[in-house]
Design a binder for this molecule. Structure first.
Ligand code: DC
Length: 214
């Protein structure tokens, strides 16, 4: 079973993906972390994350332990990730790893921006999470403060909007729902409610597939 979860930054993808992976005993891949690692490496080298050569080289030489860096959750890595992610060579270099992960038994939940459209177009279930920029900024501020980091709502909101624009406006694998994705607006839902709806939707989908023999 492969479950694809896409959506903008701070829409609750990660929490839902982790909960579903645990519930259905599947592997879990946060694909944003891969782009964050590429962005962080480019920044560390003092290069511009929008530079195709620097970013593509970093993506092509990425190692598994780069995903364990402790600076990946920073806002600087997030912004750099969104810039390197617009470069086609970077996306091409990271595609096979994600597809191999998804295809490995017993199956996986992947979250990102293009999982349902590009990485796993044949996923058994696709979710696209939505939430207003204001709600997402509030959630991100809380997350940063819970980690003991300083967070200013106005700057978190403007960073999120800039990232949304880059992630949705790029020509390669832009953020958008797959035509067969189940879209869920999480503005007025907490993580528990989102999880419950997702589990019910998956179970209904599998029950109806079983009935129709597909
Ligand atoms: O999910 P995240 O916020 O950690 O992702 C960081 C950035 O990486 C995001 O702004 C865009 C990029 N990204 C992407 O382009 N495609 C993915 N599948 C995952 C992330």
């Amino acid at each position: 079973m492969i479950i694809a979860i896409d959506g903008p930054a701070a829409s609750g993808k990660g929490t839902l993906a982790r909960n579903l992976a645990k519930h259905f005993s599947l592997n879990y891949l946060d694909t944003g972390l891969i782009y964050r690692a590429v962005g962080a490496i480019v920044l560390e080298k003092g290069k511009d994350p929008s530079d195709p050569l620097s970013a593509t080289t970093a993506a092509q030489t990425l190692k598994n332990n780069d995903l364990d860096r402790d600076d990946l959750r920073s806002e600087a890595s997030a912004a750099a990730a969104s810039k390197v992610a617009a470069i086609p060579g970077v996306r091409a270099a990271l595609l096979a790893f994600q597809q191999h992960f998804a295809a490995s038994p017993p199956g996986a939940v992947l979250d990102g921006r293009d999982i349902g459209t590009v990485v796993c177009p044949k996923a058994d279930m696709k979710f696209f999470l939505l939430a207003s920029a204001e709600i997402r900024a509030r959630r991100r501020v809380k997350e940063l403060q819970d980690r003991g980091e300083e967070a200013i709502y106005a700057s978190v909101l403007s960073d999120l909007r800039a990232r949304d624009e880059r992630d949705s406006g790029r020509s390669t694998a832009p953020l958008k729902p797959a035509s067969d994705a189940f879209c869920l607006d999480t503005d007025s839902l907490n993580a528990e409610a989102v999880f419950k709806i997702a589990v019910e939707t998956i179970e209904e989908r599998f029950a109806s597939n079983k009935r129709s023999g597909s």
